[in-house]
Design a protein around this ligand. Sequence first.
Ligand SMILES: NC(=O)c1ccc[n+]([C@@H]2O[C@H](COP(=O)([O-])OP(=O)(O)OC[C@H]3O[C@@H](n4cnc5c(N)ncnc54)[C@H](OP(=O)(O)O)[C@@H]3O)[C@@H](O)[C@H]2O)c1
Length: 240
Amino acid sequence: MNIQEKSVLITGANRGIGAEIVRAFLKYGIGKVYAGVRTLSSLPDFNDARVIPVQLDITKPDDVSAAARQIDAVDILLNNAGIMNYTSILTATTAELSADMDVSYYGTVRMMQAFAPLMEKRGGGVIANVVSVVGLASVPGIEGYSASKAALFSATQAARTALKSKNIRVIGVFPGPIDTDMAKNLPLDKASPADAAEDIVKGIIADQEDIYPDPTSKQLSVLWGGNPKGLEQFFAAMAG
Ligand SMILES: NC(=O)c1ccc[n+]([C@@H]2O[C@H](COP(=O)([O-])OP(=O)(O)OC[C@H]3O[C@@H](n4cnc5c(N)ncnc54)[C@H](OP(=O)(O)O)[C@@H]3O)[C@@H](O)[C@H]2O)c1
């Protein structure tokens, strides 16, 4: 895919992987970046006139429809926004479980529902959803988050099938541990968000359907591809 004349909307663009995805798209020559943020003042200065800030909390239907009116033409939707609660499935409250689902699952689905029709009108597009390797098998201690990412993985597959005839390609992105605020309390080796973002943008340009953007996720994808139960057991062993 040639991105030179294209526009991309990135959610959660102010920090972490999202901000680095903005930088990587700019580096690879994208035409326009719509940078979706909950709080406009939190957006870093990317020092580039191609970046257009968009006020966007994906859990708020009014924000999403306002963004879809503001951005009447977009070629790539990069659903990056996410939160992670530390939860056990046996003790978490419904509110804690809902918080993860509201962003990763319902929020991302809401974004696809709002923007796929705009892409269809333009004859096609690309949607990339940032899932996680924990959407492939549950990780102890972040069990509600894992469930929300498993739901997002399912929604990604469903959207891929539903949008194929409309020339909208749906990509799943499955990072392992990345060194951002979200992962700061995880005692694991982490990849840099800049490296992961570069891999994500290169994968989109190369028309990959599934992107594993860091060394850990690349290894885990091999394990999962050959033996899904093996990944479940690998993660379960983290519980000690
Ligand atoms: N870091 C990892 O190890 C890792 C691994 C696998 C997958 N991921 C996924 O990668 C994505 C980015 O994570 P990250 O590590 O960069 O996390 P992060 O540094 O915590 O950044 C999260 C981003 O999401 C935004 N966000 C949260 N709730 C939102 C909402 N309701 N509407 C719009 N934006 C919202 C945040 O905005 P505010 O600044 O306003 O809070 C922030 O920009 C997430 O989907 C995450 O699940 C991360």
